[in-house]
Write a protein that binds this ligand. Structure first.
Ligand code: NI
Length: 228
């Protein structure tokens, strides 16, 4: 499932993040690429352990925690610490690649299976030309360029790329999620059902017998498929 999640960060939080990132120590993105993706990768990124990274990570994780739609769609078991990249000038693109299946966390802090890939846009689309995230799936190719503060999540299995930025800079955060529900198909069903349930609750109230029954079915499906 490819899903746009609106307003993970407020405009004030985006501004605060951008201020920190503007003064941060950007470096060559190829430093952390695997051998295959190093051929395709041409951008800048922040070191994983600098102060700017830590500051904006906190901001972003708070935004994710309070976002109900994000939780319903991702059912996160573990979120890799968000990282930051910048495209522009001569370091302006990332060709077709697929993300590694496992993300090893720093200092032996564990591993995250990359069920879901996420990009959170921090630049306003008017600030730059190009820079679309292109995601391929069985329905074809999706072109994603979202408002600052919005996030896209898509299956970690997808081939994807970032188109060249031909004007301005595109600043974004990227991270991976290991979901409590490993299967994209099952996660999709649960997400749809949760959305329909929200709709039914607002129309018929929490105590409607059908609402209670379907809520029970949602949780029983979740229990059957869950890995906590
Ligand atoms: Ni990628």
């Amino acid at each position: 499932m490819l899903l746009n999640v609106h307003a993970v960060l407020t405009p004030d939080e985006v501004r605060a993040a951008r201020d920190v990132l503007a003064a941060a120590p950007w470096g060559d993105g190829r430093a952390t690429a695997g051998t295959q993706s190093a051929q395709a990768k041409n951008n800048e990124q922040l070191p994983e352990d600098c102060e700017a990274t830590r500051t904006v990570q906190q901001l972003l994780l708070r935004g994710l925690e309070r976002h109900q739609l994000f939780f319903s769609a991702a059912l996160p078991k573990q979120i890799s610490p968000p990282l930051f990249n910048r495209y522009g000038g001569s370091a302006n693109s990332f060709g077709n690649h697929v993300d590694s299946a496992v993300r090893y966390l720093r200092n032996g802090a564990g591993r995250v299976r990359t069920d879901i890939s996420c990009t959170l846009f921090l630049s306003d689309p008017a600030e730059y030309d190009g820079g679309e995230l292109m995601v391929e799936d069985t329905f074809g190719e999706h072109r994603v360029k979202l408002a600052a503060g919005d996030l896209v999540l898509y299956p970690g299995t997808s081939v994807h790329r970032v188109e060249p930025v031909t004007r301005g800079h595109r600043v974004a955060s990227y991270f991976w999620i290991q979901s409590m529900v490993r299967s994209d198909e099952q996660r999709r069903l649960l997400f749809d059902m949760d959305n329909h349930l929200r709709h039914l609750r607002s129309n018929y109230g929490e105590t409607d017998p059908g609402v209670i029954g379907l809520t029970s079915t949602y949780h029983n499906l979740l229990r059957m498929w869950l890995d906590v």
